[in-house]
Design a protein around this ligand. Structure first.
Ligand SMILES: Cc1ncc(COP(=O)(O)O)c(C=O)c1O
Length: 488
């Protein structure tokens, strides 16, 4: 083969021994990297980037990523990785998707920036198109630059609209890192010892795997937990218990009138945690009885990721009052949105809010193209198809290995919770998690980690991955767990 033909590209496997699974072929040829050395990058990272950048750097031997194409990433040495984390559930239709890139370039040549104090076509084309993807009466959109910003504004709108202040979220949730959303987020790793979270209360997360209640058919996923229950079909004792906990929160921790309840349809950073069927439906009713609005944080679950529906809330059979979105909305372009009803949106008009970049023309062109591509490429259907297969195969590994406690999710929003043993369901300790995580990377696959104790592997790839990619990952994951068990 020619030197840089696809078949000759270096795979990310550190050891070409025969028992290593073979990476599916890819006919894209990346540019040869000619930039600064890895050592120099690390030096600058340590000296000139805030230490937080180093703190969040994944892996003992970090990944130095140079280029991306669809589900593939190449590092500066030309090694190829299957990206199953998508820059934290963000690259929705594929790295540098050619049609989205073309839309961005077209817009960049015409108009990079002006603000919404002027009328320019892309913001109108985009907001109309995005609104068409939401059910009535969720038709009024405010564009932002990130998910935290979208959630900040959703908090503000909920408080202004209801005249109430208190907001409830689930323990283990992540809704952003801004000073306001830090209060919604319920994971101590993301909390700073500063005054935050005034008016924010966390309630028990109805986690049917790790929580005190849960059984063998509580959740909406192709894979159920390993826990047993004697509930009759259609009746879920776990749901009643968790709703009881929410009622306790109402009775003890907030005033009788509240502003909002925030929930992701499936927890993202929390580790793809799923609630019992009907939980959100009952919770929404209780929240509305107390004057609150219901907010669906679709930052990770939106744009077809859960496969069966375009929005995660749709599979809970609920209609939120506010929906927030980011990440997948722009396939990696920094943007977000708050979508709500005309009535709630009007509350925002009580003051003036200005946002220089929200609704930027390039962001709108990108967002619009992402919506087209999801439809044209059948991305949502692919999510359902490949995601369901992946979970079914992962469940077989769960049955094989004592340390794989749970496999769950919908579409390509998947969690694999690792445990010391199935009886205790105690989290697999961080050093063990890191060993497996590093090994999977060395074998050519990037995955994520999450959960309050960092115990859950997260699989949220660009939604263009194939069945061959799924099989490759299963082989890699199987080998990494097998090798880990052998070493112990
Ligand atoms: C569910 C959820 N909401 C909000 C956010 C915050 O988004 P951003 O990082 O764009 O501010 C995140 C980020 O991970 C998220 O996962």
């Amino acid at each position: 083969h020619a030197q840089d033909s696809p078949l000759c590209q270096k795979s990310a496997l550190k050891d070409p021994s025969s028992d290593l699974p073979e990476m599916p072929p890819c006919d894209f040829i990346p540019d040869k990297y000619k930039g600064m050395s890895k050592e120099r990058m690390m030096q600058i990272r340590k000296q000139n980037c805030n230490p937080m950048t180093m703190k969040v750097t994944s892996y003992k031997t970090p990944a130095f990523i140079h280029q991306g194409h669809m589900q593939w990433l190449w590092d500066v040495d030309g090694k190829r990785y299957l990206d199953l984390f998508a820059g934290v559930a963000t690259v929705s239709v594929g790295h540098c998707h050619p049609r989205v890139t073309e839309a961005a370039v077209d817009q960049l040549k015409r108009l990079w920036h002006t603000t919404n104090i002027y009328a320019y076509p892309p913001i109108h084309e985009y907001t109309e198109k995005l609104a068409s993807h939401l059910p009535d009466p969720l038709k009024v959109i405010y564009l932002t630059n990130s998910g935290s910003e979208a959630n900040d504004l959703a908090m503000l709108m909920a408080r202004l609209h209801t005249g109430n202040y208190d907001i409830i979220t689930f323990r283990g949730s992540y809704h952003g890192g801004s000073p306001q959303t830090m209060g919604l987020t319920s994971n101590s790793a993301y909390k700073y010892p500063i005054a935050n979270g005034l008016g924010c209360t966390n309630t028990m997360c109805p986690d049917v795997f790790r929580g005190p209640w849960g059984g063998s058919h509580c959740r909406d996923s192709p894979v159920q937990t390993i826990r047993d229950c004697g509930c009759a079909q259609g009746h879920c004792m776990a749901n009643d218990q968790y709703i009881g906990q929410l009622k306790e929160t109402f009775a003890t921790s907030v005033p009788s009138r509240i502003a909002a309840f925030f929930a992701e349809p499936i927890q993202g950073v929390g580790g793809a945690v799923q609630y019992p069927k009907n939980y959100l439906k009952e919770a929404y009713k209780l929240v509305r009885e107390r004057g609150g609005v219901c907010i669906a944080d679709e930052v990770q679950t939106g744009f077809g990721r859960t496969g069966g529906h375009f929005w995660g809330f749709q599979s809970h059979d609920v209609l939120p009052d506010i929906v927030t979105m980011a990440k997948g909305i722009g396939n990696g372009f920094p943007m977000g949105a708050v979508v709500t009803t005309a009535e709630i949106a009007a509350s925002f008009g009580k003051g003036v809010h200005f946002n220089t970049f929200g609704g930027n023309p390039v962001a709108c062109a990108v967002g619009s193209s992402v919506l087209d591509v999801i439809k044209e490429d059948g991305t949502q259907e692919n999510s359902l198809h490949v995601g369901t297969y992946l979970m079914t195969e992962l469940a077989k590994l769960r049955d094989k290995y004592e340390i794989i406690g749970d496999v769950r999710g919908k579409g390509l929003m998947i969690g694999v919770e690792m445990v010391k043993d199935k009886a205790s369901r105690d989290p697999l300790p961080p050093d063990a998690m890191n060993e497996i995580f590093e090994d999977v990377k060395d074998m050519g696959v990037l995955i994520g980690k999450g959960g309050v104790y960092g115990q859950t592997f997260r699989i949220k790839p660009p939604m263009c991955i194939t069945m061959d990619d799924a099989n490759f990952f299963i082989a890699v994951f199987n080998k990494s767990i097998h090798d880990f068990m052998e070493r112990r």
